[in-house]
Design a protein around this ligand. Structure first.
Ligand code: ATR
Length: 287
């Protein structure tokens, strides 16, 4: 990498940030296109977030990504917020244009592009069974609804959060086909109306050897399984493979959400294949 006086600075602010894979694939993307950009990890404790965001202007960074735990808190420090970020109440990307900071969120579009391009899966009118009702579920659930699914079945350990998500989607997107599945009835036949897509938006599966919470019999008619966990091949993905159900893990979404941020900063289409290669993932299918 050739850093010069005109190199534009981007990065990711998180706490912790040392496990982030974004510096690897974003820098690979910049290098492939020969752009005068660099992407760095920036450890920012929650109490320093305001100062860190102000420093984007002071240091003339081109932009940053935000990761845990800053996606919600950051909104109060921005000059402008995209419509999608306003709807979801979170931002994962800041673009600095002459000192004006705009927040945006690329998680939803990253998920949809991953499913369409890497998964080659058509989501029009399908039924979706979604695990989780946290931040990722808002982005993914909202993106699925906006892209024309038929029904969204939400199952979360804390049911009040499922109710809030259903209300949110109804009010903000005018979509009524959200159904809540009580967590203790997660495998009950009355809540499995042959969904085509199963999505895990929770952190279940991130640790080794977690028990699969969905019964094997409920996998049989699925057409696609998506797990946003990306640090290992989860039990959910192993079960999908057992039944030869097409599936994707979270690395695919990670690259596509990053590619959308890349475009917001550089104005260029990100070299997706090069980015995947830098993470040692095969270009066609990976879990
Ligand atoms: P993110 O922004 O990554 O979505 P989050 O908002 O903290 O993070 O949401 C985490 C999600 O994972 C939630 O849906 C959470 O369930 P609760 O709302 O009940 O907390 C879910 N989750 C995490 N660990 C879980 C576990 N062991 N079992 C079931 N659900 C879990």
């Amino acid at each position: 990498m050739n850093i010069t006086g005109t190199t534009q600075i981007t990065g990711v602010m998180g706490y912790p940030v040392k496990h982030s894979l974004s510096p690897i694939f974003q820098n690979a993307g910049y290098e492939k296109l020969g752009l005068q950009y660099v992407y760095i990890p920036i450890k920012v404790a929650p109490e320093n977030l305001e100062a860190a965001i102000k420093s984007i202007r002071a240091l003339n960074f081109r932009g940053v990504n935000l990761t845990i735990p800053h996606k919600k808190q950051v909104l109060q420090y921005l000059d402008e917020i995209s419509e999608e970020s306003q709807i979801l109440g979170v931002a994962n990307t800041i673009i600095n244009t002459n000192g004006k900071l705009k927040g945006d969120i690329t998680d939803g579009s990253g998920f949809i592009n991953s499913l369409k391009i890497d998964g080659n899966f058509n989501i029009k009118n399908i039924k979706v069974f979604m695990l989780g009702a946290g931040g990722s579920a808002y982005a993914i659930g909202g993106a699925l609804v906006k892209n024309g699914i038929g029904e969204l079945w939400v199952c979360n350990r804390t049911e009040e959060k499922s109710i809030l998500l259903k209300k949110h989607i109804s009010e903000k997107l005018g979509y009524k086909n959200v159904y809540i599945v009580p967590f203790e009835k997660i495998n009950s036949k009355e809540f499995w109306h042959d969904p085509q897509l199963l999505v895990n938006t929770t952190s279940i599966g991130m640790n080794q050897q977690e028990n699969l919470i969905i019964k094997e019999e409920n996998f049989i008619n699925l057409k696609f399984v998506y797990d946003i966990v990306y640090n290992r091949k989860t039990e959910l993905l192993l079960m999908a493979e057992k039944y030869q159900i097409p599936c994707l893990g979270g690395l695919s979404m990670l690259v596509y959400q990053g590619a959308a941020s890349f475009k917001l900063w550089t104005g260029k289409e990100a070299p997706i294949e090069e980015m995947k290669k830098s993470l040692n993932i095969p270009s066609s299918k990976y879990t």
